[in-house]
Design a binder for this molecule. Structure first.
Ligand SMILES: [Zn+2]
Ligand SMILES: [Zn+2]
Length: 313
């Protein structure tokens, strides 16, 4: 059932992952084995157990074909004294909680142990882009976090674009940050890799070989000779955006409605592919693609870095 993706010219599999999950090991509602069973039954390929300040013994869990990643959500004090929430992935099961260390030491402790760090829900936490620029060696940021929607702070697009523009080329994941029943199955990361092994998946995460989604599916994505192209499930909004006010609109609902009386009356169209030339002289440092389907669910590509030679290669 694993979907294929043509990812920048490479034929890869896309594996559905929830990379931020809690259980009764910390403040979640379900025991970790039950969480695993629920995600497996929903068709996920990968689950990371990331309880607050504590690992789970994932090697003792019956995963039934699901790839389980040993993780921990760590909480060092961050810039301006605000508590950080960092998702540490691929740490050993006996990894000691580094949350009492200064934040950069805590991040580096994760990396020394063979892990990777992702910035969780910055909008909910109260961080601005200058704060995030202080955090070195992260591999991604959460663009969407289901469990923070209860105060309307689930989406992190603005702060993500802000740090991209400041030069921090982080890709983004979407996660459930599962605590309670309403958190399940609303935001995930499609990891594009050859095989579903811990080594291949962690390498894909390090490379930015993934996209985040709440619904839309990307079947092909490419950028070559200044031409960006994508094939996806039908979307009502399809945009390629970059630094500042730069953007190329494939489609947004009612964007071309000329008659004010027809505004909001027209049936919104859908697009399932888009090819657009990105001007060479626009001074861009990155572009990224954002999709939204009829149900209002988003997907986000990883940013394409244009700084090196302008071709994105
Ligand atoms: Zn958190
Ligand atoms: Zn969490």
């Amino acid at each position: 059932m694993t979907a294929k993706i043509d990812f920048f010219g490479e034929e890869l599999n896309s594996y559905k992952a929830n990379l931020h999950t809690h259980s009764t090991t910390s403040d979640g509602s379900y025991p970790i084995q039950e969480v695993v069973n629920l995600y497996r039954a929903e068709g996920y390929d990968i689950l990371a157990a990331t309880d607050h300040r504590i690992t789970n013994k994932v090697s003792e869990i019956d995963a039934g074909g699901l790839l389980l990643i040993s993780g921990m959500e760590i909480h060092p004090v961050g810039p301006r004294g605000i508590l950080l929430h960092l998702v540490a992935l691929n740490v050993p099961e006996d990894f000691e909680n580094p949350s009492d260390l200064p934040y950069q030491e805590a991040i580096d402790r994760v990396i020394e142990a063979g892990g990777k760090c992702i910035l969780a829900h910055p909008y909910w936490s109260g961080f601005n882009s200058n704060d995030i620029m202080q955090l070195k060696n992260l591999i991604a940021i959460e663009v969407y976090n289901t469990s923070t929607r209860y105060i309307g702070k689930a989406y992190n697009m603005a702060i993500w674009d802000n740090i991209l523009q400041l030069g921090y080329q982080l890709p983004a994941i979407a996660v459930d940050d599962t605590h309670r029943t309403p958190d399940f199955f609303r935001g995930w990361t499609m990891i594009c890799a050859r095989e579903n092994t811990a080594a291949a998946i962690m390498e894909a995460l390090q490379k930015g070989s993934f996209y985040a989604s709440q619904g839309p599916v990307i079947r092909r994505i490419d950028f070559k000779d200044h031409i960006f192209s994508i094939e996806c499930s039908p979307c009502q909004e399809l945009i390629v955006m970059g630094d500042c006010s730069f953007g190329q609109c494939g489609i947004v609902p009612d964007f071309e409605t000329a008659d004010i009386k027809k505004l909001k009356k027209g049936e919104a169209k859908e697009m399932a592919s888009y090819t657009v030339e990105i001007p060479d002289n626009a001074g861009l440092t990155y572009i990224r693609c954002q999709l939204k389907d009829r149900a209002g669910n988003y997907a986000w590509s990883a940013p394409i870095n244009l700084k090196r030679d302008g071709s994105g290669e």
